[in-house]
Design a protein around this ligand. Structure first.
Ligand code: ZN
Length: 302
């Protein structure tokens, strides 16, 4: 098992929506076959993480980001260049690409269109039925599918709760669970709490019988201060919490969810927050915090 290098400083965004001179997509080779991409939060505040995993004959892209426009968010060009780079080191004719999604919210599928018509490319659909069909998960949300990239077999685990078609992807080569928006250091928005709890139990059971060295989600919204998140919509994250979580964190989220199962609202923990249901009051507080942070950053001498 190769260990991922997760020691990376992510671009912290810019005070204003229009600011930020950094590249629209930050690229980090976490090992010679694994790339972590992050959308610049100046392009879209969601600043999602995307993952590109290389096998001998197929690459697997998990998520396509929050922005459709290739001029502002050149995902296709970035992925093509990364695949070219990989193929220079590992020549292979007819190298394929699978474009999959942790789930189908807009900040994870917006770049799909950039891959339309790309040769040897299959794009997974957005509904739970599409995902179950693509990966041959006949008993959705039960069961685990295997995807063979050539020398690298991924396992796809249905994980509804945040979103009906959510999946978690396990990579045995690096011991990584890619958990999308189901588990990450931020606001865990739950639309179906019963399904969410079942998915967390499934993931903990999976982790108990597989080697899991890192749990990597799709966003960071917590700061390095325990219990403190960045305001919803913020395009600047100074002092972000680290991206990687552990199996212990995963178990902590499972247990925390069990403790708030019948309590709608936002529930704050050290390195994550569970939003059980719509949480309109909490969203209003965030909007006020965001406005305040914009005003104070404008008045801060630079
Ligand atoms: Zn998201």
């Amino acid at each position: 098992m190769t260990e991922l290098n997760l020691d990376v400083t992510w671009h912290a965004g810019a005070p204003a929506r229009t600011g930020g001179a950094a590249a629209p997509i930050q690229i980090h080779w976490a090992d010679p076959t694994t790339v972590i991409l992050r959308q610049n939060m100046a392009v879209n505040f969601e600043a999602p993480f995307l993952y590109l995993l290389f096998g001998d004959h197929t690459a697997f892209l998990l998520d396509t980001g929050a922005t459709e426009d290739a001029a502002r968010f050149p995902l296709r060009a970035t992925v093509d260049a990364l695949i070219d780079e990989w193929l220079q080191r590992h020549p292979h004719e007819a190298y394929a690409l699978i474009v999959a999604h942790s789930h189908a919210h807009g900040d994870h599928v917006a770049g799909d269109g950039q891959f339309a018509g790309r040769p040897l490319t299959r794009i997974v659909g957005h509904t739970a039925g599409d995902v179950a069909g693509f990966f041959a998960l006949a008993g959705w949300p039960d069961g685990v599918a295997e995807v063979d990239l050539g020398g690298r077999v991924l396992e796809v685990i249905p994980s509804p709760g945040h979103h009906p078609s959510a999946v978690t992807v396990y990579d045995a080569v690096t011991g990584t669970l890619f958990t999308g928006d189901t588990v990450y250091p931020g606001r865990l928005y739950v639309s179906d709490f019963t399904a969410f709890e079942a998915s967390l139990r499934t993931l903990c059971d999976f982790a108990a019988s597989h080697q899991v060295k890192a749990v990597l989600g799709a966003h960071i919204e917590m700061s390095t201060t325990p219990r403190r998140d960045f305001p919803l919509g913020s395009t600047s994250h100074r002092a972000e919490a680290p991206l990687p979580l552990t199996v212990r964190d995963l178990q902590g989220i499972r247990d925390a969810a069990a403790g708030v199962t019948n309590r709608p609202g936002a529930h704050r923990f050290d390195n994550f927050i569970i939003w059980n249901g719509p949480c309109r009051r909490e969203a209003a507080v965030h909007f006020a915090r965001l406005l305040l942070s914009r005003v104070s950053s404008r008045h801060r001498p630079s």
